[in-house]
Design a protein around this ligand. Structure first.
Ligand code: GLC
Length: 535
């Protein structure tokens, strides 16, 4: 049972839906809100507690919905406000919470605010965006670089000034130093909260405020060819400015006028900076996304243990932790580490302390799909070959039939399907007692039903094996050992202090048995959740 003392977002699991790719209900090859409605029963069957839907607002789709032309509506590709309300109502009827994306850093250049702002230097919306004069030589006002490549400044011929755009030229940055912008954006939050959405995932929450003097960013002295293009500069002045925390606090105050809503921040920063987004006295984001597991360059028991311990140690008292394995911007887990290892990663994510966020399709082991250049859409990949995000956004594989059940037979999916979808799909894996889907669902059930697993204490256990990561989850008398072997070799780990226990689930799904923990054996890529017998 879910306890009353904890918030739903503390005990639940969040499932991210990229709406273009989840389910197409009208045959245009692009997923939509009605498609999501048709799959709500799947999501409750799977056992997640909340869905986070990436942007579905009116958009020219220069960055696939992260360029918003109207914050308070639905793009016709995805449906309309009425369908969104139906989705909300249908989700709530199933006790599923709904989190939506809030994109405060930038609008589309086709947003009426931007159109006005660009129309003349004296327009009342001019100061809603960040305009600067060219340097004397005509160049950009400073050296800031865009995440999508090139300068972060775009020149506007008509008014003879540059505007800031940290992403696409069609995504001008809003001016968060302007109180009118703040109040308009807080009204956007209220628009959706009034309709009953349960939470907001705030896009690039560390970026909206920039240095008031627009100083040049230092160049990263360690950067070399082949490194991530956006790591070329140390973004000291263009992001994570001290003033940002005041805004996060204001956003939180808006949320706090409503009961039981969650404020999640997308934040890619080193731990000490990330942690500050919880705010003084936890008055900031409830969950600043923790991407430590997404960003690990080496995936093994030691690096994972270090990441977990460092994060746990950095968290302020009472702050609620959270973990992410994948999202619409990063390579899929089953591609990063392989399908077998992804099963262990799933057990890790669903047994760690803190709220897990799940990326659609990872529950069936979807992998990145190579997209031929002529079919590429993502602006980041087009400007920076090799860094495209299309491969992780391909259509959900519902069944082995035509178009994987994502869209009707005669439709053309907006991105190609994985070549292996006839083997890797929901329909097939539902029937397979050993599948990744069966494993994910079983772990979700276990997590939901065992208080120690969804909100108990967490202790690292010394395992004497450098290939294994072992920890204890505990609530009252309920104790579970989680023992994860991240290597391809079988491991024998002595845990005599725990006496005997019962394996409730193994990542191989073929082992439910009593074990003496003085010598616990784990096969290659095997993880187990073991209930410790009360003595
Ligand atoms: C966030 C989104 C990403 C988008 C960018 C600009 O990082 O997750 O998909 O391109 O913001 O909005």
């Amino acid at each position: 049972m879910i306890s009353d003392q904890l918030h739903w977002w503390q005990q639940g699991v969040i499932y991210q839906i990229y709406p273009r790719s989840f389910k197409d209900s009208n045959g245009d090859g692009i997923g939509d809100l009605q498609g999501i409605i048709t799959q709500l029963d799947y999501l409750t069957w799977l056992g997640v507690n909340a869905i986070w839907i990436s942007p579905f607002y009116p958009s020219p789709m220069a960055d696939f919905g992260y360029d918003i032309a109207d914050y308070c509506n639905v793009d016709p590709i995805f449906g309309d406000l009425g369908i969104f309300e139906k989705l909300l109502e249908q989700a709530h009827r199933r006790d599923l919470k709904v989190i939506i994306d809030f994109v405060p850093n930038h609008t589309s250049d086709e947003h009426p605010w931007s159109v006005e702002s660009r129309s003349s230097r004296i327009n009342s919306k001019r100061q809603w965006y960040i305009w600067r004069d060219p340097r004397l030589d005509g160049g950009a006002p400073n050296n800031w670089e865009s995440y999508f490549g090139g300068s972060a400044w775009a020149f506007d011929q008509h008014t003879g000034q540059y505007y800031l755009r940290q992403f696409h030229a069609k995504q001008p940055d809003l001016n968060w130093r302007n109180p009118e912008v703040r109040s308009a954006m807080y009204n956007v939050m209220r628009f959706w909260l009034d309709r009953g959405v349960d939470g907001l995932r705030v896009d690039v929450l560390w970026m909206p405020i920039k240095d008031d003097q627009f100083r040049d960013n230092p160049i990263n002295p360690e950067w070399k060819d082949g490194d991530l293009p956006w790591a070329h500069q140390i973004r000291l002045y263009s992001e994570d400015r001290p003033e940002m925390h005041e805004i996060v606090h204001e956003m939180r105050a808006v949320m706090d006028n409503y009961a039981e809503r969650v404020l999640i921040g997308e934040i890619y920063l080193p731990l000490p900076n990330l942690i500050r987004y919880y705010g003084d006295n936890l008055s900031g984001a409830h969950l600043p996304f923790n991407f430590e597991l997404v960003l690990l360059s080496t995936w093994n028991a030691q690096t994972i243990r270090q990441a977990v311990e460092a994060y746990e140690a950095a968290l302020p008292a009472e702050a609620w932790s959270n973990w992410v394995l994948g999202n619409h911007d990063k390579p899929r887990i089953a591609s990063r580490i392989g399908r077998e290892a992804a099963r262990v990663a799933t057990m890790l994510l669903l047994t760690l302390r803190g709220t897990p966020t799940w990326y659609y399709g990872d529950e069936i082991g979807m992998q990145d799909v190579t997209i031929p250049p002529h079919l590429a859409h993502d602006p980041q990949g087009k400007r920076q070959p090799g860094y495209g995000r299309d491969p992780v956004r391909t259509p959900m594989q519902w069944d082995g039939g035509p178009n994987a059940g994502f869209c009707p037979v005669n439709a053309d999916p907006w991105l190609p399907l994985a070549a292996d979808y006839q083997k890797i799909n929901v329909a097939l894996e539902r029937e397979d007692v050993y599948s990744m889907l069966t494993l994910t669902r079983a772990l979700l059930t276990l997590r939901r039903t065992k208080r120690a697993l969804n909100s108990g204490n967490f202790y690292v256990v010394e395992s004497k094996s450098e290939n294994c990561f072992v920890y204890l989850r505990e609530h009252g008398k309920q104790r579970f050992l989680v023992a994860l072997n991240f290597s391809t070799e079988a491991q024998m780990i002595p845990l005599p202090e725990f006496g005997k226990g019962r394996i409730l689930i193994s990542t191989s799904l073929d082992r439910e048995e009593q074990v003496y923990l003085k010598a616990l054996s784990l096969r290659s890529h095997e993880g187990c959740v073991i209930e410790i017998a009360e003595d």
